[in-house]
Design a protein around this ligand. Structure first.
Ligand code: NAI
Length: 330
C-alpha cells in the first residue's frame, strides 16, 4: 500500500475536522489538526508533513513560505478561495499553492443578502426586543429594497449570484469589475458611478493592492448620503476608521460586515469575557446601524463539504502529478 499523504492542518475548528474527516473516510490522508494558526512561530509544526492546509487568517508570508520550503513541505493548500494571505510570488518555483476557487457562491451571496435584509428591516433589533417581550415598533422603520439601486463591485461567481438575488427583489443593478464579463446582462459602470448612484453597495472582488482601502474617506464622500455598505469579501477593502467616521457623520446609513481588516486576531474565536482591545471594531459593533458577523458567509453544510473534498483532491492531484487545475499562479 502506498504511503499516506501527511497534511498539517492549521487553525482547525470543530466544523473543519468533521467535514475533512468525512471527506477522508477512506483514510487516504493522515491529517494532523492544529488549533493554532500558521505563522512564523508555529511553522516548526509543519516539519515532516507533505502539505500544510491553511485558511484565511493564517500568515503565509515570504518568511513562512521559506521556512516551509526548508522543511521540505511541498504544498500550501488553501481551504478557501481568497489567497491574499499567501505570498505566492515567494512560493513560485519552490512550493505549490492550491486553493478552492468555488465551493458555494450561493453561501456567500445569500449571507450578503441576509445581512442586507437584517439591516434594512432592523431584524437584529426586533429579535432582541421580542425576546424580552418588548413589542414596540419605535425605531424599527426600514425601507423597501424594491426599486433601489445596488452597486455590485466584482462580478465573479459570488457577485453574479448576488446580482440574481437582487433582481429577484426588483432592485436596479449596476456593477463594476476590472475585467467585465462578456456575457453580462446587467449594466457595467465606472467605480465612481457606483459610489455616486448606489443606495446599497456590495463588495465581491478580491483584496489586491488595487482594491485595498477602495472605500476610504474620499470615496465615502462621493457616495450617496444614507448608503448601505455590505462587505462579505475581505475586510481591508474598507478603511475601518474612515467607515467609522462616515457613520459618525451620518453619511453612511448602515454597514453590514462579514469581514474586517484586523479580523485575524479576533474572528472565529470566543472573546466574550475578555477585555476587548480593538477600539475601532468595538465602536463599530456598538453602532445601531452596523451588523458584524465573524467571517461566516461561507459556513453552510454544502460549502464545507465541497471545501473538504476539493482541498483533499487538490492535495493528491498536486503531490501525485506536480500540477493541479486549482493551482495559484503568479
Ligand atoms: P471570483 O474570482 O469568481 O470573482 C472576483 C471578481 O472580482 C472577478 O470578476 C474579477 O474580475 C473581479 N476583480 C478583480 N480585481 C478587481 C478590481 N480591482 N476591481 C473590481 N473587481 C475586480 O471570486 P468569487 O468566488 O466571486 O469571490 C469573491 C471574493 O469573495 C473572494 O476574493 C474572497 O475574498 C471573498 N470570499 C469571502 C467569503 C466569506 O466567507 N466571507 C467566502 C468566499 C470568498
Amino acid at each position: 500500500m502506498s504511503e499516506k499523504i501527511k497534511v498539517a492542518f492549521f487553525d482547525a475548528k470543530d466544523y473543519d475536522m468533521a467535514s475533512f474527516d468525512e471527506a477522508n473516510s477512506d483514510g487516504r490522508f493522515k491529517i494532523k489538526y492544529f488549533e493554532t494558526k500558521l505563522d512564523e512561530d508555529t511553522v516548526k509544526l509543519a516539519k515532516g508533513y507533505d502539505a500544510v492546509c491553511v485558511f484565511v487568517n493564517d500568515t503565509v508570508d515570504a518568511k513562512v513560505v521559506n521556512a516551509l520550503y526548508k522543511k521540505d513541505v511541498r504544498l500550501i493548500a488553501l481551504r478557501c478561495a481568497g489567497f491574499n494571505n499567501v505570498d505566492a510570488e515567494a512560493a513560485k518555483d519552490k512550493i505549490g499553492v492550491v486553493r478552492v476557487p468555488a465551493y458555494s457562491p450561493y453561501a456567500v451571496a445569500e449571507h450578503a443578502m441576509s445581512l442586507l435584509l437584517t439591516s434594512v428591516r432592523r431584524i437584529h433589533k426586533a429579535y432582541i426586543r421580542t425576546k424580552d417581550f418588548n413589542f414596540s415598533l419605535n425605531g424599527l422603520m426600514g425601507f423597501d429594497l424594491h426599486g433601489k439601486t445596488v452597486g455590485v463591485v466584482g462580478t465573479g461567481k459570488i457577485g453574479r449570484v448576488f446580482i440574481d438575488i437582487c433582481r429577484g427583489f426588483g432592485m436596479n443593478v449596476i456593477a463594476y469589475d476590472k475585467f467585465p464579463a462578456k456575457d453580462a446582462d446587467f449594466e457595467y459602470v465606472e467605480l465612481k458611478e457606483i459610489w455616486k448612484r448606489s443606495d446599497i453597495i456590495s463588495f465581491h472582488c478580491p483584496l489586491t493592492e488595487e482594491t485595498y482601502h477602495m472605500v476610504d474617506a474620499k470615496s465615502i464622500k462621493s457616495m450617496k448620503k444614507g448608503v448601505v455598505l455590505v462587505n462579505t469579501s475581505r475586510g481591508a477593502l474598507i478603511d475601518a476608521e474612515a467607515l467609522l467616521d462616515g457613520i459618525r457623520k451620518r453619511h453612511i446609513g448602515a454597514a453590514c460586515l462579514d469581514v474586517y481588516e484586523e479580523e485575524a486576531d479576533v474572528f472565529f474565536e470566543d472573546r466574550s469575557g475578555h477585555i476587548f482591545e480593538d477600539d475601532t471594531l468595538a465602536r463599530l459593533i456598538s453602532m445601531p446601524n452596523v451588523i458584524v458577523t465573524s467571517h461566516q458567509a461561507f459556513l453552510t453544510k454544502e460549502a464545507l463539504t465541497n471545501i473538504a473534498h476539493t482541498t483533499l483532491n487538490n492535495i493528491s492531484e498536486y503531490l501525485e502529478t506536480g500540477k493541479c487545475a486549482n493551482e495559484v499562479t503568479v
